[in-house]
Design a protein around this ligand. Structure first.
Ligand SMILES: C[S@@+](CC[C@H](N)C(=O)[O-])C[C@H]1O[C@@H](n2cnc3c(N)ncnc32)[C@H](O)[C@@H]1O
Length: 267
């Protein structure tokens, strides 16, 4: 128990540090490829017919998901609360959304939502963040209790890189290479969602082909490359990531990126 807590503590400190280093690379990647905006818009489409007005954005990063939610719901004048543990990511988020009414950023731990929020929400979004939370079960339990009846949790989960047949592309191209992104096995997440009281989950797969440049830009975000080369300093990882992308596409082509959306409705 003490060892598990110690692991969680160290893992969370590493995530915060990795994302503090990632703000620039993260925004450069997004400017070119619009991945996180696309995920957020799809998560919003998938909760239809719900049109939320009080929203919580968990792990809001540099505010891409927050802005996408605000733009899509602008006609409803939504109130959006957004929480993240990384001060550097939040600095950009505040800048990105500075002129938007009804948007509030909070620095805090997603695993302790009820310490920051007393109000209820129509929808709670985890865009590309749930797999970074070793205490995801507690975060989801608290999130579901912050939802109004009829409210919805909208989650995107990164499932990895795949070949045409749906096999793991990294394992296929580099049997020796460890590539773990995140602390949450999908099976454990799904089991946890099934135990949330009064809730029903719908799951939707999302895969798309990625280019060499997309892969390089994505995998060289510090928080990503740390999953490939945890022991190597950031700048030394970059040529390794370039080589890995080139070899990967020589050995597996096309490569697909995989996400799963989980939409959880509370009765
Ligand atoms: C991949 S980014 C996603 C950002 C954002 N949702 C978007 O779509 O652009 C994941 C974010 O989760 C945040 N995060 C990780 N662990 C967290 C925790 N325990 N509490 C709050 N935020 C956390 C990271 O700091 C990072 O900004």
């Amino acid at each position: 128990m003490a060892a598990a807590r110690e692991f969680e503590h160290r893992y969370k400190a590493a995530v915060e540090k990795n994302f503090d280093l990632s703000a620039d690379a993260y925004d450069r990647f997004e400017e070119q490829h619009h991945l996180f905006e696309t995920l957020t818009c799809k998560q919003l489409e998938l909760i239809e017919p719900s049109v939320p007005e009080r929203i919580l954005d968990v792990g809001c990063g540099t505010g891409i998901s927050t802005l996408a939610l605000h733009q899509a719901l602008a006609g409803r004048s939504p109130n959006i609360y957004a929480i993240d543990v990384s001060e550097r990511m939040l600095l950009r988020a505040r800048e990105r959304c500075r002129s938007l009414p009804g948007v509030y950023f909070i620095r805090g731990d997603a695993e302790n939502l009820s310490a920051y929020f007393k109000e209820s929400f129509d929808a709670i979004f985890y865009t590309a963040s749930i797999f970074l939370l070793p205490g995801f079960a507690e975060s989801l339990r608290q999130a579901s209790s912050l939802l109004v009846p009829g409210g919805v949790l909208s989650i995107s989960f990164y499932t990895g890189l795949f070949d045409e047949k749906g096999d793991d592309a990294i394992r296929k191209a580099f049997p020796e290479q460890k590539y773990t992104y995140g602390a949450v096995p999908i099976g454990e997440l799904v089991s946890c969602l099934d135990t949330l009281p009064q809730c029903r989950t719908m799951r939707v797969d999302y895969r798309f082909e990625v280019s060499r440049e997309f892969l390089f830009a994505f995998l060289s975000i510090p928080a990503q490359s740390a999953g490939l080369y945890p022991k190597i300093p950031y700048l030394e990882r970059i040529p390794k990531v370039r080589e890995l992308c080139d070899l990967l596409l020589d050995r597996v082509n096309p490569v697909y990126m995989g996400w799963e959306f989980m939409i959880v409705r509370k009765r």
